[in-house]
Design a protein around this ligand. Structure first.
Ligand SMILES: NC(=O)c1ccc[n+]([C@@H]2O[C@H](COP(=O)([O-])OP(=O)(O)OC[C@H]3O[C@@H](n4cnc5c(N)ncnc54)[C@H](OP(=O)(O)O)[C@@H]3O)[C@@H](O)[C@H]2O)c1
Length: 320
């Protein structure tokens, strides 16, 4: 038996509990991992908040989608012995990142081997647990808007999980980055080679001041009308504006709408393929994960109160 987080009802973080459940044995093409850290993402809170419906038949809900850990058992492969992940065979003792790994708020988890990539040894467990959800989303955003060398890109909500990845990847591609954030995060963003600006009234003028040559692309990670209003004025080509939150408005205005909502582009293939690139960049020291808070698994409610404030710098991790 091992500890798992469950939501026993729809509501706020007070519905979260720790239960003890058997992790089970890995079947063909699966592996069991002992989880060392689980990444916390805003969507994990939306799952039980009711934002995606309140079907009582789905309760209790398991939470989480990404983790880092050690392989403790491997099931039989479809062909030959063992299980195979995107980077090759998976073996007991491997240090891995698991994504997509539903139910990763747990001490142990059985996942398809296809969800496992080797953990870069430049990242500690908490950092490794936070590489993928934000990383693949940022990768998809940059690919969808074609951000590359010579571009100036405006990133709204740049100091959060997805933003920190998007800033680093855009800078790595040779783009100049204008990054919106609260003033408390401006030094942090400067260290990532972005030009920070405060969001809120007057944003358009502040961006124009720091980007007198214009803005080629804009990424909305904030979901505010302000982010899209400013992007529409500054970016001449609507296909170079993308949102991961303003689904309805985005679909009505001809911009790129990315994610799992109806009508949005889930980017499944590009996101799956990005995992190995993200791990490689992290291994090479070209991509960092910034964990601002860790919480013991048993304090998951506190972790969720923090993520739901909507002002996380970088990532939050749960430690079983
Ligand atoms: N569609 C998809 O595929 C997809 C994938 C991943 C995430 N998401 C969603 O995208 C959002 C961002 O994810 P995340 O992991 O980066 O969240 P996060 O780590 O909680 O970061 C949220 C960021 O939003 C910023 N922010 C808050 N209010 C703002 C405002 N009015 N204007 C501009 N920025 C503001 C905060 O900046 P300051 O602290 O500097 O104020 C903070 O850095 C979440 O809602 C998440 O569910 C969607």
């Amino acid at each position: 038996m091992s500890a798992v987080v469950i939501a026993t009802a729809y509501g706020g973080p007070d519905v979260l509990e720790i239960a003890n459940q058997p992790a089970g044995e890995p079947g063909p093409g699966e592996a069991r991992i002992e989880i060392r850290a689980a990444g916390v993402n805003p969507v994990d809170g939306k799952v039980y908040s009711g934002a995606f419906g309140t079907d009582p038949a789905r309760l209790p809900l398991r939470l989480g989608s990404e983790a880092s850990g050690v392989v403790t058992a491997v099931g039989p492969g479809a062909v030959g012995p063992g299980a195979v992940g995107p980077a090759g065979p998976v073996q007991v003792g491997d240090e891995v990142i698991a994504y997509r790994a539903p139910g990763s708020y747990a001490e142990e988890l059985v996942v398809p081997a296809s969800a496992l990539v080797p953990k870069p040894d430049t990242l500690d467990w908490a950092q490794a647990s936070g590489l993928m959800v934000t990383g693949v989303t940022a990768w998809h955003l940059l690919a969808a808007t074609g951000v590359g060398a010579g571009d100036t890109v405006l990133i709204h909500g740049a100091a959060g999980g997805v933003g920190v990845m998007a800033v680093q990847l855009a800078v790595g591609r040779g783009a100049a980055v204008v990054a919106t954030a609260s003033p408390v995060n401006h030094d942090f963003l400067r260290e990532l080679a972005a030009i920070p600006v405060e969001y809120g009234t007057g944003l358009l003028d502040r961006v124009r001041e720091v980007a007198p040559g214009g803005v080629d692309a804009a990424l909305d990670l904030a979901g505010t009308d302000e982010a899209l209003d400013v992007s529409f004025v500054l970016v001449p080509d609507r296909t170079r504006i993308a949102t991961i939150l303003s689904f309805e408005r985005g679909l009505n205005t001809g911009i790129k709408v990315l994610g799992g909502a109806p009508g949005a582009d889930p980017g499944t293939e590009i996101r799956e393929a990005a995992r190995l690139d993200l791990a490689r960049l992290a291994q090479e020291g070209k991509l960092r994960v910034f964990v601002s808070h860790t919480f013991p698994l048993a304090e998951v409610a506190r972790a969720h109160e923090e993520i739901m404030r909507g002002h996380t710098q970088g990532k939050i991790a749960l430690i079983p």
